[in-house]
Design a protein around this ligand. Structure first.
Ligand code: SAM
Length: 225
């Protein structure tokens, strides 16, 4: 009997953004590994997936847990993995699980699905033939400046995850290092207050200072004219 691990992307806000194939896999899996079993439980219940054994796999136990799940897959289980939202592995657990599958020569599959990275890129209106995703910007101002400068110098569209608590400070840095660059903050994608803020860093800075900085966000920048 051949088992496998399936990495299943989940919605980044709107619960309707899940594929038929993702639901089929979740319904037929022997077990579902979740970054947060309570959070995924809500999504599973919404889509009528009930009674599945859930097991937790998060950044703090992934190194230990991944080989265990892979061994179970080798013994014949089909195990689905869902992170809290979006594509597993993208600033989420998933990478070590894939590594463990490769090392143990266990089958794994990755389903296509939502990710804030690609959605923000296309919606920003910035060039999307070449881009660089840098994950979460650092909490340290110097490192943030370095990461954004490198993205701007590359000529490609730079994409980063940013916290609402730091967006003002990040826009201040951008205003200083790239006053002419095109900037976009894609906020609350697929949710009720989905908004793309487009302009220069100074324009966006003014907007966020006067309207507040709530929500999940992705910041994008391009200096190529
Ligand atoms: N794996 C996820 C993906 O593929 O989109 C990303 C997970 S990462 C832990 C969470 C960060 O992604 C958030 O802090 C935010 O920067 C970004 N993000 C996730 N959902 C978002 C949304 N609906 N709108 C804007 N940004 C979002």
């Amino acid at each position: 009997m051949s088992g496998k691990i399936v990495l299943v992307p989940t919605p980044i806000g709107n619960l309707g953004d899940i594929t038929l194939r993702a639901l089929e896999v979740l319904k037929s899996a022997d077990r579902i590994a979740c970054e947060d079993t309570r959070r995924s439980g809500i999504l599973l219940a919404h889509h009528g997936v009930s009674g599945k054994p859930l097991v937790s796999l998060h950044e703090h136990n992934e190194s230990r847990k991944a080989p265990e799940l892979v061994a179970a897959a080798k013994a014949g289980e089909v195990i689905a993995f869902v992170s809290d939202a979006g594509m597993p592995g993208i600033s989420d657990p998933g990478y070590r699980l894939v590594q463990a599958c490769l090392e143990a020569e266990v089958d794994f599959e990755v389903l296509p699905g939502p990710s804030a990275v690609l959605m923000a890129l296309i919606g920003s209106g910035m060039p999307c033939h070449a881009f660089r995703f840098g994950g979460f910007l650092s909490v340290k101002k110097g490192k943030r400046k370095e990461a954004m400068s490198a993205a701007l110098e590359s000529g490609e569209t730079g994409i980063f995850f940013e916290s609402p608590h730091r967006i003002v400070s990040t826009l201040e840095i951008l205003t200083e290092i790239a006053p002419e660059a095109k900037v976009c903050v894609a906020r609350e994608l697929t949710k009720k207050f989905e908004t793309y803020h487009r302009g220069t860093a100074a324009e966006l800075l003014e907007w966020f200072k006067s309207h507040g900085t709530k929500g999940e966000m992705v910041i994008l920048m391009n200096n190529a004219g």
